[in-house]
Every structure is written in structure tokens, then in C-alpha cells.
Design a binder for this molecule. Sequence first.
Ligand SMILES: [Fe+2]
Length: 206
Amino acid sequence: MKYDKLPLQYKFDQLEPYIDSETVCIHYTKHLQGYVDKLNKALEGYEQFTNGKTLEEILFNIEKTPIEIRKDIIRQGGRVANHNLYFSILDSKPKKYPTGQLLNEINRRFGDFSALKEELSNKSINQFGAGYGWLVIDKKGELDVISTSNQDSPLMFKMRPILTIDIWEHAYYLKYKNLRAQYVKNIWNVIDWNKVEEIYLKECSK
Ligand SMILES: [Fe+2]
């Protein structure tokens, strides 16, 4: 298996009460595993193309992928990369506020941390249908808040994501039913800014 899901750094029930155990379990072991399996199946026979490349690099250079497997890479590869980021920025004992260089950039770009949270929450809540809300580094190197539809990764648009909120119904429906806004409000309790800062600094150094 060439590409895989990242190991979870917490147990399924450790994001309770904000994200329920059953949702984390099904989301990670069924949905994400399914995307991983479909991606690797689609890439069989394309080892020469994939050798030495991370999934993120492939998505960032989507225009260079073999045309006959591009749709599978966008659909399945996008989902795998998006979920790997999503699950990796959540934590049972998160640092709840950004600090350092990332906080400075947030203050410069959005005014303050609460303004960023409000903008990202609104983008996520108002995204039509399935998709994701994102904090990204855009093409100019600036922080930005966006949302994408379905499986689309910001990497395909030359943006580098550092935080995502999965707003597919499978991420919240068991606990929150149709109340997406409540899920988005609560997820801030388990987003770990240590991890987001780590990703931000790594992406800035590229
Ligand atoms: Fe998901």
C-alpha cells in the first residue's frame, strides 16, 4: 500500500463530548480507509509516476498527473489528504489558542483570533453541500480562509492548507443531525493549535 491514513494520536472516544466516539471510529476506519483503498487501487501500475512523491505533492501538481487517473487522484487522493490533515489537527488535550509567528499573521490578516474563528466558522457553515472549510496559505504566501466542495483539496489550487473542518455530514450527523453550525462551534474545543502551528511553520519553510 503506497498511501495510507496517518495514525490517530487519540482514542476514538477522546474527542467526546464535542465529536462522538462512533463518528470518529466510522469516519476514520470506514470512510477514510475506503478512500485509501480506492486511491491505491487506482494507482496500481503507475508506480513509476508515484515513486518518491507524497500525495500532497501529487495534488499540488495535479496538472502533471496522467490524465486517465487524474479524476481518481482528485476524488480519492483529495479525500485522503483532506482527512489526514483533519484528523491530525484534532486532539483530546489541545492547545486552544495560536501563538508566535502564526498568531502574528492571524492578527495582521484577520484582526484577531476570534475574527479568524468567526470567518472560518461562517465559511464552513455556509458551504453548500458537502465539503470543507480551510485555513490556507495562498499563492502569495498570505493566510486565507476558504471553503471547497466535495473532495476538492486546496493543494490543487496551489494553496497549502494548515487547518480544515470536515463538513461532510458523515463528520457530524450521528451526534448533531442537521445542526452543522453546532458541530462547527464545538469543533474549536478539540482543534490543537500546537499542531496547526507546526504545520504552518513547516509549510512556510518550503
Ligand atoms: Fe470526512
